[in-house]
Design a protein around this ligand. Structure first.
Ligand code: ASP
Length: 344
């Protein structure tokens, strides 16, 4: 067969084969989280627990629908996170925690597993859905991370409306701030060290975040994370959520990860990238790699939190070392799962 005829046949075959490559068995999957921490059943009324469960279900199914219809994992991740950012139950967007000074500073990031493109915003105060701005940074700027005023100027240029910071006010988060400040001030009076005092705060005052990871029918992974950070954080403090490799990571050859927990530890231990590196270089499953990093690396040093992970085969793993993590997942081979407490 001459070369021209051969290559014509090959391209004809590939053009027709490519849509067929998406068969009924092609895996696709999504997992989400709404934060990890001291989340115990005794703290919820049945109605509150139900409300959290339905919001988690709504978020995971919103993302799943995008994947089911053949949409991209990046779109599924963004759509699921928007549902959580728009809910006051979670520490991101509408439910963001307060800084020590009584305002809200939001962080977010997103990563495309195809080519490791990534976008992030840190310390933004007037952006309703920070994950959408992180995506614009990835798609329409030459940078990976923009912070504060610079990020908001960029938002304006992109036609994203700026909102008042008090849009993120909620009574519950304000009460948590007052409690945290009381504890902080007491501790400060004795140790005079803000860092030590903050460290001494019970974790449930400090954490909570939202995130999503997804695999689409084309085999592409994506991950995203959005947060208000930690209650009573110093203004200007940036956590792991907007840091690629720490709070968010996606790479088609290994996995996609979104983290929640005590950000300082997740930054120092490069958690999301470490999990994917163990999958890639040590041929670990996502369940092994996630368990190692969350339970053997972080837990012994006091790094509380958890991660959601999905791989290229549609496997999902949701390890955490706290008493609970708001979480949900769904895949083409697994019905909707929603969990809050340990052992569910
Ligand atoms: N990781 C977030 C941060 O440290 C907080 C959280 O996940 O709860 O900013």
């Amino acid at each position: 067969m001459n070369k021209l005829l051969f290559s014509t046949l090959v391209s004809a075959c590939c053009i027709t084969l490519s849509p067929l490559a998406i068969s009924a068995n092609t895996p696709f999957a999504i997992a989400i989280h709404g934060g990890a921490g001291t989340i115990e059943k005794s703290r919820f009324t049945p109605e509150q627990e139900q409300a959290y469960r339905s919001k988690l279900k709504e978020a995971v199914e919103t993302g799943y629908k995008v994947l089911e219809q053949g949409g991209e994992s990046l779109d599924a991740v963004t759509a699921a996170i928007n549902v959580l950012e728009n809910s006051p139950y979670f520490n991101a967007g509408r439910g963001a925690v307060y800084t020590y000074d009584g305002s809200h500073e939001l962080d977010a990031s997103i990563m495309d597993g195809r080519d490791r493109q990534a976008g992030a915003v840190a310390g933004v105060k007037h952006i309703e859905n920070p994950i959408n701005l992180a995506r614009l940074v990835m798609e329409r700027s030459v940078h990976v991370m923009l912070s504060g005023q610079g990020a908001e100027e960029f938002a304006k240029e992109q036609g994203v409306p700026l909102v008042e910071n008090n849009l993120f006010d909620t009574d519950n988060r304000y009460k948590a701030l007052l409690k945290a400040k009381e504890k902080l001030d007491k501790a400060k009076a004795t140790s005079k060290d803000y860092q030590a005092a903050h460290q001494a705060l019970p974790v449930n005052y400090k954490i909570g975040t939202v995130g999503a990871v997804a695999l689409d029918k084309n085999g592409n992974l994506a991950a995203g994370t959005s947060t208000g950070g930690m209650t009573a954080k110093r203004f200007g403090r940036i956590g792991d959520a907007p840091i690629i490799g720490a709070g968010t990571f996606a790479e088609n050859e290994s996995c996609a990860v979104s983290a929640t927990g005590h950000g300082e530890y997740f930054i120092r231990y490069n958690v999301a990238a470490d999990i994917c590196a163990r999958v890639k270089y040590q041929s670990k499953t996502i369940a092994q790699a996630g368990d190692e990093v969350i339970n053997s690396v972080l837990k012994p040093i006091g790094g509380t939190g958890g991660v959601i992970i999905v791989d290229g085969k549609g496997n999902v793993s949701l390890p955490f070392n706290t008493s609970g993590m708001y979480r949900a997942s769904k895949s083409n081979s697994q019905a909707t799962y929603v969990g809050i407490f340990k052992g569910e």
